[in-house]
Ligand binder design. Sequence first.
Ligand SMILES: [Zn+2]
Length: 64
Amino acid sequence: MKTKQSRKQRTCDECGTSIEKGDQYAQRSRRLGESGLVSYDGTVKHWEPYYVRFPICGPCAEEG
Ligand SMILES: [Zn+2]
């Protein structure tokens, strides 16, 4: 996985290690929610799943 230099302190989502400013880290996107359709009062609502990016540390990025 491609890593880049962190500009701030973060916490690895994989192992909980803190990623210090200047450390290499990667970002993994994870899908939250599902896409769907719902009919409500004659109105059809449609939504898309959304993605959130989580920081992961260098070693975890290597393994993953
Ligand atoms: Zn990690």
